[in-house]
Design a protein around this ligand. Structure first.
Ligand SMILES: [Zn+2]
Length: 381
């Protein structure tokens, strides 16, 4: 169906190009050149704040010229930093049996290679699909997903999307959402020697509230499971002065499932504070951030995209794919929520993600390419 050596060449070329978050320009150029070679007109997209133009995303559309679905393939072009402990050069693809070691070999340059190869195939076989393929190669995913948010602002759209992240035998069709919440608990400063007759220790109040927060109920979703509360940091007080702590700052991660909004979370915390006699002494706010928070989503297993990938995976590999609902968040949340695009997350995987000696499997990169190509064909009918 497509030249295996060529797929491997894309994968290896991209491992050789350093593209740590914030330094994606060279890889973006590589991808754009390939797309131009396939006869497409790629656009570079820069998010606000990238004045040096070092962190672009690349976007292109392949139009079959016939009416049909608009199917998006999306992957991030950035990698995390080089971890300590590599046994090989992280920028030199190094084969050992079915493993290829390299930074991004798993997360997610194999997925990018599969998208490129799929695009090449359909650019040469326009009669074999209908509608459009939307190709998005995004930056900054390992940081704040600014690349994807920027494309959203620029009008990114599709009827369905395949996120080519590294999940090979387990396709994710739902993800929880996440809020970061800041809470300030106020007490009353006083000289430490007169405490507890005077003063009110904000650290003690904050600690009681922290325990209460982790016990707050959450909605249980049929497929995503429950939401969760994590008190990630407690700060306050001064070590070098005899003062009863006046303020205590809590930092909380709240993983959510559909039905849980920030407003509900805030109300729950304030009610818990009231029960502890802390009414009026607790300030709760969503940690400010430039981009929207990731909201949870869950596709129905019966969705045509889920069923098509599932069926094609079986045809190509002979195995059943596991359907999963992920406890975390990823760029799929943005597509599913900000853009309302049904999204599945499936692509070639490997091991040691975000660590030393990351590796991918060539057979998975090849199989994923074949599955993508066949999925496009089936959805075209
Ligand atoms: Zn990734």
């Amino acid at each position: 169906m497509i030249n295996e050596n060529l797929i491997k060449e894309y994968w290896y070329d991209m491992i050789k190009i350093r593209s740590i978050t914030g330094e994606e320009a060279k890889l973006a150029e590589y991808v754009a050149d390939k797309l131009k070679g396939f006869g497409l007109e790629p656009k570079m997209s820069y998010y606000e704040g990238d004045e040096e133009k070092q962190s672009p995303s690349v976007y292109a559309v392949l139009d079959s010229g016939k009416p049909g679905p608009k199917l998006m393939f999306i992957g991030h072009i950035d990698t995390v930093k080089v971890a300590n402990g590599w046994n090989t050069d992280p920028f030199t693809p190094t084969e050992d049996g079915d493993r290829t070691y390299g930074l991004g070999a798993m997360d997610m340059k194999g997925g990018l290679a599969a998208i490129l190869a799929t695009t090449k195939y359909y650019s040469e076989n326009k009669d074999k699909f209908t509608g459009e393929l939307v190709l998005a190669f995004v930056s900054d995913e390992e940081n704040l997903s600014k690349g994807t948010y920027q494309l959203v602002n620029e009008g990114l759209s599709a009827d369905m999307a395949i996120m080519a992240e590294c999940r090979f035998d387990n396709m994710a069709i739902g993800f929880r959402g996440r809020y970061s919440i800041e809470v300030t608990v106020s007490g009353k400063a006083a000289h430490a020697s007169h405490y507890p007759n005077v003063g009110e220790n904000a650290l003690i109040s904050g600690s009681k509230l922290a325990i209460a927060i982790e016990e707050l109920p959450t909605i249980i979703h049929p497929t995503l499971g429950g939401g969760t509360w994590v008190v990630r940091s407690i700060e306050g007080g001064v070590k070098n002065a005899l003062i009863v702590p006046e303020k205590c700052e809590l930092f909380i991660d709240r993983y959510t499932v559909p039905g849980e909004t920030y407003e509900v979370c805030e109300k729950q915390i304030l009610e818990a504070a009231e029960k502890l006699g802390l009414a009026g002494k607790v300030d709760v706010r969503l940690k400010p951030r430039k981009s929207a928070y990731m909201e949870p989503f869950a596709l129905e297993e019966s969705h045509v995209l889920v069923q098509t990938v599932k069926e094609t995976f079986k045809e190509v590999t002979g195995n059943e794919i596991r359907i999963e609902f992920d406890k975390s968040v990823c760029d799929s949340n943005i597509l599913a929520n900000s853009l309302d695009i049904p999204t599945v997350t499936f692509g070639p995987s490997g091991g040691n993600m975000h660590g030393a000696n990351e590796y991918g499997h060539i057979h998975q990169v090849l199989a994923a390419t074949e599955i993508y190509i066949k999925t496009v064909s089936k959805l075209s009918k």
